[in-house]
Unconditional design. Sequence first.
Length: 709
Amino acid sequence: MMEGFIFQWPLALALLLFVILLAWLLAYARQARLHAVRAMGSSYSTRRYLRDVLRLLTLALLILAFARPGHSPRTESVTRVGRDIVFALDVSRSMLAQDLSPSRLEVARQAIRDLLASFGNERVGLVVYAGSASILCPLSYDHDFVRYMLDQANPRSVDFGGTTLQAAVEKTVDQVFIQGRGGVQDLIVLTDGGDHGSKMSAVAEQLDSNGVDALIIGLGDPATGSPIPITDEEGNPTVLKVDGATVYTRLNDAALREFARQSSRAHYVPAATSPFNLSQLYANYAAGKTVESATSPSGIRTYREAFFIFLVPALVLLLIAECTAIKGLSLGTTSLFLLVLVAAGGRLEAASERFESDFEAAFHLLQRGDFEQAEPLFSKLYREARESSANAAELAAVQINRGLCLIQLSQARAYENPELALGLAQEAQLAFLSAKRYDPSMQRAGLRVESTSTLINQLVNRLQAIESAEAAFSRRLLQLMEQLQTLLKDQKVLREKTIASDVDRRRPRLRKKSPPLPPVIPPENAAELSLSFQGQQIELQTEAVSAYEFMRSLDAEVEASVSSGSTETETIFVEPLQLISQAIAAQEKAVPLLSEWASWPAGRGEQQAAERALVRILELLGRNSRRDSPEMEDYDDYDFDDYEYTEDSEESMTSSESIQGDFAATSEMQELPVPNYSAEEILLEEQENLQFRQQKRASANAAQVEKDY
């Protein structure tokens, strides 16, 4: 039985109206002919009437076969193996130089086209860059679309001029390459090497840390250089000039060689002005490199072709109709012809079944909701369909179902990884556009393009909201750290004041057999100083309580954002909250101890404990903001045990000075390290951890680019 029988091109059924019109015309002609025959006194043969009916039925059946009847919808799965390759194309105005014919940019584009022609299972993306970077095509198996977007690449494809390789690498690593596939990702850079603002050491580190291999092709004359052709305001061809002098651009061979030297994953090829074959260069470069199966979304709903059930009867009826007009045609000849038609129909059916069987497994996975398994299967099917010159409708069906898988994968990752979800949604949009290109009448593809655009906008807005929330959190964290730094500084100043006011206190004897020291006389203004120190300590305790409440509010914000899934920031305030509570407790103990001169040393001990807690808090928060900052290494080697004292120091104190504390009267206090980083450095480092940080850096660089060519 034929389940789910439909016509895949239903508009073709409108041609049946032509059959009705033709039947009316034949009936009218037959009546006119009958009148003419009778007028001549002859008789009318019914053979012509039977032949007309058979021909009309034949035409109707051919139209039904042309409408592509189908049944038993199904799908199939595939696994794709290959490397991920992203082209980073320099589109700065210096690439318009004509020391390579017709220009450096056109030579680079043609080299990419040649390499694309040699690819099979490779997934390819395209990024263009100058002063900023822009993604023209995310990773995709649709090499035709990559070629199309490559043709659109020009200096106007980016926001502003200049050349910043760092922006291209960050954009590629963060938004194009898929996490977890390090070692099977290649970045092919085609540039003239001129760079304005990139930190090449940071670029090399990013390639190494993410397992991305880079093949850099240097284009242009490294010696004499070439002028940059432009068009003036009146549309006349001219060359770029700065301060009246013609600008000559050269291949920055030395910088590219130095960059390749800094990174073990970068390989530099100075093509200069000589002809080169990028296909052969990449084949040699990638020889022996690892390949892995890639997960790429795809999905299609296809039907088992059933046109032969109308085509074969149509041909039989046509043969019978013609036999009625041909005298002497043997029954054997007719039968042989019919057998040939049946055999041809059988071969067509077998080919159709092979294609349909390729869809069955993948479509079953799609219906079952296993989109991660279905997508790569449909991707392979799409490639094979193109290689076998399948019709446009089949290719469109493959692409639209592939896009459906991508959309489902994108929506599943929208909260846990919105950046990856955005990449999947963009690839789904490309699949729907491809389906619409193959079959312009496919309305589903057009609707999906619109809905996918809405999803992409939502993901972009979500990423921007996360970025804004993280930026606000960074500013408040910076404010907290500044408050703690001020508190630590003030606490240290107060402790030093007590030391400076206590210079007359004698050092304790170092040995038990030493003769006793004469009693120590307190300063004349000891009572006044004690009252002042106590008041200042109370104020510092109030500031510490304020910092504690501020820290609690930030901790509550982090917990709320984590529970809502709006950010991946983990709470960092568990230990700092405990430490600041300890600091407040130490300050509270120091308040009464500072009220009397005899207990100042013990008060300083509590002040020292509060300072140690504050230093530890700044260390923890600083490491969170600057995880790899070398300035924070000073805290790791700091030994707080130097503040302990022996019992000998306590025995040397007079009975009037008997207090509880760890510090002797005139013991020298060791300086606590002050966190060695500025507020601006913390904010900059925090911004680098935000989404789209490379866009912010590109915008910042734009104002500093003096040479936008």
